[in-house]
Design a binder for this molecule. Structure first.
Ligand code: NBP
Length: 483
């Protein structure tokens, strides 16, 4: 074999990743695709890459040096299983199969276990940054064994995005850890996008500014603590004018948000782990709500706030109003990231992964959609307190939330009075107040559960587990602990 790495699956992601690999000193890249045409096109379009094309799995295995290393970039699901089966057939113990697709982490855990039986290494790797990232430098989140990382590490470091001089890749943890972290990354991305959309909506309806004027607001925000790729592209999208009509493009785009399912996975997983990622959940549900035109159609005549309530949004001091929204956005963003890291912490505990949370924030600084300077603050917070139970309680974030909180409350109250939906702003604030509360009404819920289901409760004033004989004489008895 002459190639030191191979790529299977040459659609947009795979061919860009193959070109990225080929552009690095010392790499020779073997390429294989199910249908021959994509391979032929890639090799013809990029003679400079020196690709070694293969047209069968046998030929592909033969063209690779040992230990053979192949990255799979096919449609996640059955296609991944089909390719793994073929590679396992032609590879040998010690070889490495990397799945760079958007696999569900539980599939990766299953595949890793099955492939390991053959003596071949299997690495599930999250790849972030879309086509652009794959070509010029993605953020890479590999899982898998330490043995695979020893071989893969140098190659992955050479193709990853670079942030502050550091490659955006780390060995996240064993088996499905990489795909788990990539999943939560996408969930946080949903929340970040929804928060930005709510800020835009409030500014637009509150001040009557045009999309182009609001683009200037976002461009200005991008010079401060909100600096991020998503804020930057928001300004670009808002500034775009439709060539045909001369109207702002954003006013011509159908207002139904699509989703490929990774936000839903993040929320489903959080539900089973018992982690309250309410900001991510609201963002995911907001996309669902937008995508039901039939329900929105029949709901259009539902009553909104009375005239005087709509005055809630009559803004006198435009600059002050915009600054409040900026602060509400920043505070809600801190909540969303704190919740996402909470999910990673809980996932690591559940699945036995040793994940360095500060490193995760660091490898998201380049290549990926949520890249931002803000992530440095998260790395610093975990460096200072590695076992931090709630990210937003780190001193830097407490300061930021203290600065933001009165504006945040104003914005949530204003949106409620004016009848403008701000689900992510308001649920983030509710989460914050829930964490802060000295007593929660969960005590009443425990009482209700005990009433209808004898689920028992604990008391604040003495140890033990108790049940009240609700349908009897209502005396309290000590009970077995049934949780
Ligand atoms: P697609 O997700 O559109 O998949 C197309 C590729 O899968 C083609 O190479 C196709 O081969 C191959 N394939 C299929 Br479909 N069924 C197959 C089978 N049974 N056996 C072998 N190959 C099969 O490609 P993509 O958009 O480049 O994405 C690749 C992966 O990267 C996905 O898992 C995606 O979720 C992930 N990802 C995408 C992005 C992004 O921004 N697009 C970002 C990060 C990760 P063919 O040519 O013969 O049909």
């Amino acid at each position: 074999g002459t190639a030191n790495i191979g790529v299977v699956g040459l659609a947009v992601m795979g061919s860009n990743l193959a070109r990225n690999l080929a552009s690095r000193e010392g790499n020779t890249v073997a390429v294989l695709n199910r249908s021959r045409s994509k391979t032929d096109e890639l090799v013809a379009a990029h003679p400079e890459a020196g690709f070694v094309p293969a047209f069968s799995y046998e030929e592909f295995a033969g063209s690779l040096q040992r230990p053979r290393t192949a990255v799979i970039m096919v449609k996640a699901g059955g296609a991944t299983d089909a390719v793994i089966e073929e590679l396992v057939r032609v590879f040998e113990p010690g070889d490495i199969i990397v799945d760079g697709g958007n696999a569900l982490f539980t599939d990766t855990i299953r595949r890793e276990k099955a492939v390991r039986e053959t003596g071949i290494n299997f690495v599930g790797m999250g790849v972030s940054g879309g086509e652009e990232g794959a070509l010029n430098g993605p953020s890479l989140m590999p899982g898998g064994s330490d043995e695979s990382w020893a071989t893969l590490g140098p190659i992955l470091r050479s193709i990853a995005a670079v942030a502050d001089g550091e490659p955006c890749v780390t060995h996240v943890g064993h088996d499905g850890a990489g795909h788990f972290v990539k999943m939560v990354h996408n969930g946080i991305e949903y929340a970040d996008m929804q928060l930005i959309a709510e800020a835009y909506d409030l500014i637009r309806r509150g001040t009557g500014k045009s999309p182009a004027e609001i683009a200037d607001v976002f461009a200005e925000w991008n010079r401060g603590e909100l600096e991020s790729y998503l804020i930057e592209i928001t300004a670009e999208v808002l500034r775009q004018v439709d060539a045909g009509t001369g109207r702002p493009l954003v006013d011509l785009i159908v207002d139904q948000a699509g989703a490929k399912g990774t936000g839903a996975w993040t929320v489903q997983t959080a539900l089973s782990l018992g982690v309250p990622v309410s900001g991510i959940a609201e963002a995911t549900f907001a996309r669902s709500l937008s995508s039901h035109p039939e329900q929105r159609e029949v709901s259009r005549e539902l009553p909104g706030p009375a005239e005087d309530s709509r005055d809630a949004l009559r803004v006198d001091d435009v600059d002050a109003f915009i600054e409040k929204i900026r602060l509400a956005l920043y505070a809600s963003k801190i909540v969303a990231y704190s919740q996402g890291f909470d999910e990673i912490r809980a996932g690591a505990a559940e699945y036995g992964w040793n994940i360095d949370l500060g490193r995760i924030a660091a490898i998201w600084r380049g290549g990926c959609i949520i890249r931002a300077q803000f992530l440095n603050r998260i790395t610093e917070a975990y460096a200072a307190t590695p076992e931090l139970p709630v990210l937003l309680t780190a001193p830097y974030f407490v300061d930021a939330l203290t600065r933001a909180q009165s504006a945040w409350r104003d914005v949530v109250a204003t949106s409620a009075r004016a009848g403008i939906p701000a689900p992510a702003f308001s649920s983030s604030l509710a989460y914050y107040d829930g964490l802060r509360a000295e007593r929660l009404p969960a005590a009443l819920i425990q009482g209700q559960r005990d009433f209808f289901g004898a689920h028992t409760y604990k008391r604040i004033d003495k140890p033990g587990t108790f049940h009240t004989l609700w349908s009897g004489d209502r005396t309290e008895i000590e009970a077995e602990d049934t949780h």
